[in-house]
Design a protein around this ligand. Structure first.
Ligand SMILES: Cc1cc2nc3c(=O)[nH]c(=O)nc-3n(C[C@H](O)[C@H](O)[C@H](O)COP(=O)(O)OP(=O)(O)OC[C@H]3O[C@@H](n4cnc5c(N)ncnc54)[C@H](O)[C@@H]3O)c2cc1C
Length: 329
């Protein structure tokens, strides 16, 4: 079976990796911009089950975490270098409302820390209580994307830096926010900016609050992210610089971080809810889109499900069911 995949971000590469587990399949990836040049390449790498304002555990997050961590682990074995920081994520509650929400949503996979415990761990942090997420991971996105592509290439994948061209038996659209140009889906795009900064000393874990502060693969550099902007408004780097002011509220030493560069990307999510869309949209065509701010949580698990659906001829979704996500128990 000849499969073409349009888009080389988390979604396209994960689908390729899982498809290539089947000997009957050949995969060609297409992306005019190159590998990891979309939102995936600017992602600040947060991977944990409690994204979203309220800190509610996300749909199928155990399956999502497991699939992503398994994939990262396999690639790390192949590459012999770390692709992620597994020091955990501390989610500080800055307001009384957050304190109530986070405490209520803390389950057995996380702990509720009083401010004293927070300050014992990070003395310079804002004196606030927090949700401690030990399995919280920060993926080194660019390095991970490069490793994932290398692994796909080893398994026989081809890459063309151009628009998709045939012939193929199946085409997968995994084009991130550009999906709107191809298929009318109920999705919303938002632009995000991040700051790459130099910090004097790495923290013992990632911090998440009103914004976030994450380590990178380089010990002297961290990332502060990220904004949610209207993609139609003119790009304003001042918005990105406001991120530093927000970080100061939960980690005051961020005030003195030197900004090295600004990253920009567009995420796309359902206009209501956050479950990504994996759907068959025509006899030969599938769409994998709408990963929103949970790309790392869902790309591996849903990429595997999509690969299975394609190879095993799953016909559960007809084009008229386009707007429904693939049901996976
Ligand atoms: C600033 C920012 C920070 C983020 N931080 C996090 C985070 O901490 N944790 C997290 O889980 N998620 C995060 N996200 C979200 C995450 O990055 C996305 O969910 C994820 O990257 C989506 O992956 P994708 O493969 O669907 O899209 P993309 O990575 O955008 O990839 C789509 C690719 O398709 C290509 N393409 C477009 N049109 C065509 C075409 N016609 N033919 C072929 N190729 C085409 C593009 O060039 C692009 O490379 C963040 C996003 C942004 C913008």
């Amino acid at each position: 079976m000849k499969i073409a995949i349009a888009g080389c971000g988390f979604a396209g590469l994960s689908t390729a990796w899982h498809l290539l587990e089947y000997p009957s399949v050949s995969v060609t990836l297409f992306d005019p911009k190159g590998i990891g040049e979309g939102a995936s390449g600017v992602s600040t790498g947060l991977l944990h089950p409690f994204p979203g304002k309220l800190g509610l555990k996300s749909w199928q997050s155990d399956a999502g975490m497991k699939a992503t961590l398994d994939l990262i682990g396999r690639l790390e074995e192949m590459e012999g270098i770390p692709l992620a920081d597994r020091s955990g994520i501390l989610r500080l509650a800055l307001t009384q409302e957050q304190e109530e929400d986070f405490q209520e949503n803390c389950d057995l996979s996380c702990e509720w820390w009083p401010r004293e415990r927070v300050l014992e761990t990070i003395p310079d942090a804002a004196p606030k209580p927090a949700m401690w997420i030990p399995q919280g991971t920060v993926v080194y996105s660019k390095r991970y994307l490069a490793a994932l592509w290398k692994a796909c290439e080893k398994k026989g994948a081809l890459f063309c830096q151009e628009e998709v061209s045939g012939p193929y038996d199946v085409l997968v659209w995994a084009v991130g926010s550009d999906i709107l140009g191809h298929v009318p889906l109920p999705l919303q795009v938002s632009r995000g900016q991040t700051l790459l900064c130099r910090w004097p000393k790495a923290l013992p874990c990632a911090l998440l609050s009103n914004g976030h502060l994450t380590p990178t693969e380089f010990p002297d550099l961290c990332q502060i992210g990220s904004t949610y902007e209207n993609p139609e408004s003119p790009l304003d780097p001042k918005r990105a610089l406001e991120l530093k002011e927000r970080a100061v509220l939960f980690y005051p030493p961020a005030q003195d971080f030197e900004v090295v560069s600004i990253g920009v990307g567009s995420r796309i999510a359902r206009d209501r809810g956050y479950r990504p869309i994996v759907a068959k949209t025509g006899p030969k065509t599938w769409v994998f889109a709408g990963l929103g701010s949970r790309g790392l949580l869902y790309h591996a698990w849903l990429g595997k499900a999509l690969a299975e659906a394609i190879v095993q001829g799953y016909e559960g979704l007809r084009p008229e069911e386009l707007y429904k996500s693939l049901r996976i128990s």
